[in-house]
Ligand binder design. Structure first.
Ligand SMILES: [Zn+2]
Length: 404
């Protein structure tokens, strides 16, 4: 089995064979459901009797349920196994410098209610107070979804997820902020926080149904900033100081535009939504004040203008596409992944920018095959960052021996 959550897997690999089998069974049920006991035994490469014992135990623990009789031509009709995600939910939070988004999911990471959002308060204390108030309201409003298993938070910055601290979030101006504990205390719920690029990569790792899915990939999320998650050998790379994979702050040009991190010419300063919009308006939108119409103008508006024949809008998008591709070239040269995933609003313009992105990648990659590394787009309507936040809480339930 491919490890699913590297931090917590250590617990499982130290566990007993029974715990490991339990985790494998849960993951196989999750990714193949509905699945019969016979098929589960086949996938686990073990005897039917042994699997039945394991399954009975999972049913008894309320983790799996058996339902919907399947179709069989003759003989006893099989029943199917499902993960019991009923009456349990997860709250996912995606913090962005401009707005914060909240979504309630089931234990499988499936969306249960519409996404809510509110402007992001940049003072950490006031942010936490406001978030807690809203989450309390959300939990009361959705009481019928059952017991909340926890809150997952994707943060646009570097995070020490074990300590629950935001180390540095340049676009929020946060440095060494204890984000997890005040939320957890106020809500009396477990809270997990993670860098948004890493959360997206974890969700991608978790959601993949196919055993042949890439285990070496890089996930790039383009939004207000640029988040990157690197997975090697099925494990998320965190590094010694939790900053591994921060390609967003690797310079494309040391004399380039100013970046939120304080340096100049970072990749992020060329491809973030703010960079694209700044290019369109011909001025650094970081510099205030902004007129109301400029402040309210989004990357979606820019894409709409480009589609409507606004040449300046298309040029701004294509410049971003070129820088995105050149940066991907550096990523490929450093990591040489089998696959690249790109998320963020700009993917809505993929038909307009794909050729330019791929040309940039091919231009910078050190060998022609590396230059053709496959790219998969994760569209914004799939809420990859929120799914990533949900996976922070939901995935460990499957990766660990003990299920809450
Ligand atoms: Zn930077």
């Amino acid at each position: 089995m491919r490890p699913l959550h590297p931090q917590r897997l250590r617990v499982a690999t130290r566990g007993t064979t029974r715990e490991i089998n339990r985790r494998i069974a849960l993951n196989l049920i999750r990714t193949n459901q509905p699945i019969s006991r016979a098929d589960l035994a086949r996938l686990m490469g073990t005897r039917r009797g042994a699997v039945s014992l394991l399954v009975n135990e999972l049913i008894q623990d309320g983790v799996v349920f058996e339902g919907a009789t399947g179709e069989a031509k003759r003989g006893r009709k099989p029943t199917f196994l499902y993960i019991d995600s009923r009456k349990r939910c997860v709250v996912a939070v995606d913090i962005r410098p401009t707005r914060t988004f909240v979504m309630v999911t089931d234990l499988m990471g499936r969306q249960l209610a519409s996404v809510a959002s509110f402007p992001t308060e940049h003072d950490p204390k006031r942010f936490v107070a406001g978030l807690v108030k809203r989450l309390k309201h959300t939990l009361v409003e959705h009481k019928d979804f059952g017991r909340c298993q926890g809150v997952g938070v994707a943060v646009p910055g570097m995070v020490d997820s074990e300590a629950g601290r935001v180390l540095l979030a340049p676009n929020l101006g946060w440095r060494d902020v204890n984000l997890r504990d005040p939320i957890a205390t106020a809500l009396a719920l477990p809270v997990q926080i993670e860098n948004s690029g890493k959360a997206c990569a974890l969700a991608q790792l978790w959601a993949t149904r196919d055993a042949e899915a890439p285990s070496n990939f890089v996930y790039v999320t383009v939004s207000d900033g640029l988040g990157v998650g690197v997975v090697i050998g099925g494990e998320l790379v965190r590094g010694q100081h939790n900053i591994a994979g921060e390609f967003g702050h690797v310079p494309l040009n040391i004399d380039g535009p100013r970046c939120g991190c304080g340096a100049s010419g970072c990749w992020e300063a060329y491809v973030s939504n703010l960079a694209t919009l700044s290019r369109y308006f011909g001025r650094d939108l970081r510099e205030r004040p902004l007129s109301a119409d400029v402040a309210a103008f989004t990357i979606d508006d820019l894409i709409a203008r480009a589609r409507g024949g606004d040449g300046k809008a298309l040029t701004a998008l294509l410049s971003t596409a070129r820088y995105l591709g050149l940066g991907l070239g550096s990523v490929v040269n450093a990591i040489d992944p089998s696959h690249l995933y790109i998320g963020g609003e700009i993917t809505a313009a993929w038909d307009l920018i794909e050729a330019t992105v791929r040309a940039g990648l091919a231009e910078r990659a050190l060998t022609p095959p590396a230059g053709t590394t496959p790219i998969t787009i994760v569209p914004p309507e799939q809420y990859p960052r929120l799914r990533g936040a949900a996976a922070l809480v939901a995935a460990p339930s499957f990766a660990e021996g003990v299920v809450a």
